[in-house]
Design a binder for this molecule. Structure first.
Ligand code: BG6
Length: 467
């Protein structure tokens, strides 16, 4: 362990060190103990070819069976907090109605085990996994599903809120909009901008309704949302490039950030939706609910930046409407890359997000809820002692943490850093392609866990509260 006087980047007392994961990506046990199907179980059943190497959500990392071992490892590598999610279709198999007692038992066990090990559970209510019965009646397109979600959220607060003091209504809610309704990487694979807008609006409404329900129960915790706030950097100062980046930011960041924090929608976006004829349907009182039920705490997910320029070509008028009618992406010469995932690495992005929150969003209490480096074929970095030598991940985390530290020096209200993710997990259509964990999961050996070099390093960082 580094001597305390060697610490260059010291973080504030009580900083949250940990990682994040989600139910469908880790639990497995997809069809036993009363769990209902969700859209991933169903989509895999009908189109297994859409998943990398044909690997589905049925088994994943078996957290359902191995949670005690996993939580022990979390403690061993210095976690004082961990974000998990509850599987809606495990807790309420039909999405609405009967609660599954086996699921209550499982989540009680996990929450208690975390607390007994000195790890604060942060709990998300929705991480991309719509119950199939709810999707059948329209998913987030449907008001009925918004009401069912509010009831599900209330059930969770009532069951677990005595011990869980940090709740998150949604994780990256723009992603099911993009994946399910624009770009064809989540079920229901619809390409329809009008539906995408309705889904986004209803998701925001569901978040506000869950927040309202939480506050009405008078529990003494905090409730928020986790957003992927990917900054949109313009190619140049040319006004056309700048305008393109502002519009891109309104579509993909401010669409959820503004209603969540300020209770209102960005004017740039509303103008475009009106001009293009894509305003969603809503009731007047919805806007009041959104306005009056903003978040306490914001989770920030950051992986890579967006680089944007003014559009080069006229769009095909026959093609489905896409946000990209208003901007193009471009590849910045000289960018730094994660060659194992094909994503740009731009560490300063994390600082830019935090400073934006400080300056334009009332310096809302926040934390880095996901950041991380995916590596395809990571087995090749395993040494003769069986340890994955992921120095690239250590460098990735360090370089991002330096910028988080700087933002704190400048007054940012950021309270913690969670890596995506604790152990390698199943990542939707990418299945087990890209590995992100502090802990490796060997699928050929019944999911055997091994702490990577980064996990050992993180333990020291957490113990020293810095590096
Ligand atoms: C994050 C999601 O945006 O990206 C996770 O919240 C996901 O659920 C992660 O697993 C990594 O994605 P990928 O496609 O690189 O495996």
């Amino acid at each position: 362990m580094a001597a305390t006087n060697d610490i260059q980047y010291k973080f504030p007392e009580g900083f949250w060190w940990g990682s994040a994961a989600s139910a469908t990506q880790t639990e497995g046990a997809a069809d036993i103990d009363g769990k209902g199907q969700n859209i991933w179980d169903y989509w895999y059943e009908v189109e297994p070819n859409r998943f990398f190497n044909g690997v589905g959500p049925d088994k994943t990392s078996q957290f359902y069976y191995k949670y005690k071992e996993d939580i022990k490892l979390m403690k061993e590598i210095g976690h004082n907090s961990f974000r998990m999610s509850i599987s809606w279709s495990r807790l309420i198999p039909n999405g609405n109605g009967e609660v599954n007692p086996k699921a209550v038992e499982f989540y009680n066990n996990v929450i208690n085990e975390l607390i007994d090990n000195g790890i604060e559970p942060f709990v998300g209510l929705f991480h991309f996994d719509m119950p199939m019965e709810m999707q059948k009646i329209g998913g987030w397109e449907s008001r009925e599903v918004v009401d069912a979600y509010e009831a599900y959220a209330t059930t969770c607060f009532e069951l677990f809120g005595d011990r869980v003091k940090k709740w998150f209504t949604h994780n990256e809610p723009i992603v099911p909009v993009e994946g399910g309704y624009l770009y064809d990487f989540h079920y229901p694979n619809v390409v329809d901008f009008g539906k995408a807008v309705q889904v986004a609006f209803n998701t925001i409404l569901s978040s506000a309704k869950a927040i309202k329900a939480y506050r009405e129960l008078n529990q003494d915790g905090k409730i928020g949302i986790v957003l992927n706030l990917t900054p949109s950097y313009p190619r140049s100062k040319n006004p056309a490039d700048v305008k393109a980046s502002i519009i891109c930011d309104a579509f993909f960041n401010r669409s959820f950030l503004d209603p969540s924090v300020k209770g209102e929608f960005p004017e740039e976006l509303v103008q475009i939706l009106k001009a293009e004829g894509f305003m969603p349907q809503y009731e007047a009182e919805d806007l009041e609910v959104i306005k009056n039920n903003t978040i306490d705490l914001l989770g920030v997910n950051y992986y890579q930046p967006r680089r944007v320029k003014a559009k080069e070509n006229l769009p095909n008028p026959e093609a489905p409407f896409m946000p990209e009618r208003y901007f193009d992406y471009y590849v910045m010469a000289g960018r730094k890359m994660n060659p194992h995932r094909g994503w740009e690495i731009y560490e300063k992005g994390i600082y830019d997000i935090l400073i934006n929150l400080k300056e334009n969003y009332g310096n809302i209490e926040c934390y880095i809820s996901e950041n991380g480096m995916g590596v395809e074929g990571e087995e090749k970095f395993r040494d003769e002692n069986g340890i994955i030598q992921d120095d690239y991940r250590i460098e990735f985390i360090e370089e991002h943490l330096k910028w988080v530290h700087r933002a704190i020096q400048e007054g940012s209200n950021v309270k913690g850093y969670h890596l995506w993710t604790f152990m390698d997990n199943w990542s939707w259509t990418n299945a087990y392609k890209n590995r992100y964990g502090f802990v490796s999961v060997n699928l050929d050996k019944d999911g055997e866990r091994t702490i990577k070099k980064s996990g050992q390093w993180f333990k020291t960082v957490s113990a020293n509260n810095g590096f």
